[in-house]
Design a protein around this ligand. Structure first.
Ligand code: GAR
Length: 205
């Protein structure tokens, strides 16, 4: 609780000095990218604050990280809603209420639907662990390793209605000649954490 209050005071101080952009981060799992973004905000490397964490997996590890940073969180169970449009209406209401400028998908393993896109198109970005348009989908790294890829990479792109589609904003490649997907994930995540923060910084500038 103390952490939440301290964070709120820090955010208010920040607002008084700078016009901090308000980010929402969406995640379904571990949330290492969430943490990299929240930490960059806390350190002043990003003129932004994570004003909302959205998570579609109750119990996901990212929720612990969100609590540690004192970030307001909306966690929902998609199965509690009749359809995607219903939970996306709720998400849009929360984004609007939080005054969100930019939505950063960070391991949100769900295709964004027309309700959310209708409200925030052009203000939703995603990070994906491949050099798009190669290896779309939830198993990009495993698929690339199975293919014998020698140059891997990370892509950040605007979100549209297609799977891992939308205009590319940033990419970074790295060489790897082995066949261990866990190692590719490890190498890729180091790059992800830097590239996501750098890209958000450019977009909000
Ligand atoms: C990241 O590697 C991200 O690129 C990937 O999920 C991981 C989430 O890690 N996203 C996708 O595969 C989207 N198609 P994190 O929870 O530790 O940030």
């Amino acid at each position: 609780m103390t952490h939440v209050i301290l964070n709120a005071v820090k955010n208010l101080k920040g607002l008084a000095v700078k016009n901090l952009k308000r980010l929402a981060v969406f995640a379904s799992g571990s949330g290492t990218n969430f943490e990299a973004i929240a930490q960059a905000c806390a350190d002043g490397r990003l003129d932004a604050q994570v004003a909302l964490l959205v998570c579609d997996v109750p119990g996901a590890k990212v929720l612990e990280r969100g609590a540690r940073f004192g970030v307001q969180t909306f966690c929902f169970n998609p199965r509690a809603y009749a359809c995607k449009a219903d939970f996306e209406k709720e998400i849009v209401a929360r984004l609007d209420a939080a005054g969100i400028d930019l939505v950063c998908l960070a391991g949100y393993m769900r295709i964004v639907g027309e309700v959310l896109l209708g409200a925030y198109r052009g203000r939703i970005i995603n990070i994906h662990p491949s050099l798009l348009p190669a290896f779309k989908g939830a198993h990009a790294v495993e698929d690339a390793v199975a293919y014998g890829v020698k140059v891997y990479g990370i892509t950040i792109h605007y979100v549209d209605e297609t799977l891992d589609g939308g205009r590319i904003i940033a990419q970074r490649a790295f060489p790897y000649e082995g066949n261990d997907p866990a190692e590719v994930h490890r190498l890729g995540q180091v790059i992800e954490h830097q590239l996501y923060v750098e890209t958000i910084a450019k977009l909000i500038r």
